[in-house]
Design a protein around this ligand. Structure first.
Ligand code: A2R
Length: 338
């Protein structure tokens, strides 16, 4: 029988790339949760499949509204659940902590409760974040699974809770929940509040003379290990399909290229057709505190799955910039600067 997956957050960067990957590499039917007003841009290339009930099925709901999940889970049994929906912007979480907690904590509780009630045999991917580690002292880097949590934003605090809720469901109720803390992952469709994506967006707008040739930045000193989102979704597929992983496991996952935010910025600037771009710190882009040393030890995940990233840092940055070039060619200058 055809296997069936459910993706919360299917319209987001990761959810949409996961949909692309699963359509290409499996014969699964894929169901996705979206909100009534979710932008469809990231999945619009699959619209004919959606309209023809061809392997892709969308359901309206909201993870903070258990009743909406109940309707969907009663309708369809899932073999795999990828819980990706979140208020995913650390920067925004300082402006909207309550919404961040509601979405990421109560939302995760709701999704897992629905899984336990309606598909208790499913394998569930619970998406935590490397941000749970936050401010890590140098001597604890690279970061292993047991490195203590030290969250540095309401977003990170919410993901600590989501992480623990996942393990609780595995331990208390025997639900097969596998939790990931993916370190920085990016590429086409990345939200424009993330540092590398706002840099690429500004560069694309500068190239079309919509902005003066000055890229505005926040803190340039943070160190990040970068992975490509297309490698990240492959990791999530291997996670749920590897047979030997004990339920309740948590994994640190991340790329192989580590750099300061400044180096990432300079790489993007070097890829621009405009050779006179400079950069300048904009104090409004500095967070009150920052997760500043985000380097993973991914040995445990690789041993279980043999996952290796394929995309180079260079390719990821080129594709991210190209994504913003295409958007600015379609939408002109109709972007908020943030
Ligand atoms: O905001 P929308 O309507 O476009 O949908 C977003 C969805 N989402 C929700 N879905 C259902 N109920 C909610 N209350 C709710 N709030 C947000 O989550 C969107 O489809 C997705 C988030 O997409 P992105 O912001 O692009 O995040 P990304 O990079 O795909 O992150 C995926 C996962 C998250 O758990 C992050 O915290 C983690 O990876 O790093």
């Amino acid at each position: 029988m055809t296997e069936t997956a459910f993706i919360t957050g299917i319209t987001g960067m990761v959810g949409s790339h996961l949909l692309d990957f699963l359509l290409e590499n499996t014969s699964w039917n894929i169901h996705g949760l979206l909100r009534w007003r979710s932008p469809l841009d990231n999945i619009s290339h699959h619209v004919s499949k959606i309209n023809n009930d061809d392997r892709v099925f969308l359901h309206y709901g909201d993870i903070t509204d258990y009743a909406s999940l109940e309707v969907i889970f009663k309708l369809q049994k899932f073999d795999y659940v990828f819980h990706l929906a979140a208020q995913s912007y650390p920067k925004t979480s300082f402006d909207a902590p309550n919404n961040t907690y509601q979405t990421n904590i109560i939302g995760t509780e709701n999704v897992l409760k629905a899984c336990l009630s309606f598909c208790p045999d499913a394998t569930i991917h619970n998406c935590s974040s490397s941000e749970v580690f936050g401010r890590v002292p140098k001597h604890l880097v690279p970061i292993v699974e047991d490195t203590p949590f030290h969250p540095a934003s309401p977003y990170a605090i919410s993901k600590c809770s989501a992480d623990l809720i996942g393990r609780h469901y595995a331990e208390a109720y025997n639900l097969r929940v596998l939790t990931t803390r993916m370190f920085t992952h990016t590429g086409p469709r990345r939200g424009d509040v993330f540092m590398e994506s706002t840099f690429a967006k500004q560069i694309a707008l500068i190239e079309r003379n919509f902005l003066p040739p000055v890229v505005k930045t926040g803190n340039l000193e943070s160190i990040r290990t970068i992975a490509d989102v297309r490698d990240a979704v492959k990791a999530y597929f291997l996670l749920v399909t590897s047979q030997n992983i004990p339920s309740g496991s948590v994994f640190n996952i991340g790329g192989t290229f580590t750099a300061s935010v400044k180096t990432i910025l300079e790489k993007l600037i070097s890829l621009s057709t405009n050779k006179s771009i400079i950069h300048q710190i904009d104090p409004s882009r500095i967070r009150p505190i920052d997760a500043d040393l985000q380097i993973p030890n991914t040995k445990k995940f690789k041993e279980f799955t043999n996952w290796e990233p394929n995309y180079s840092f260079d390719q990821t940055m080129r594709d991210l910039l190209e994504y913003w070039r295409q958007l600015s060619s379609t939408y002109g200058n109709k972007f908020l600067q943030r």
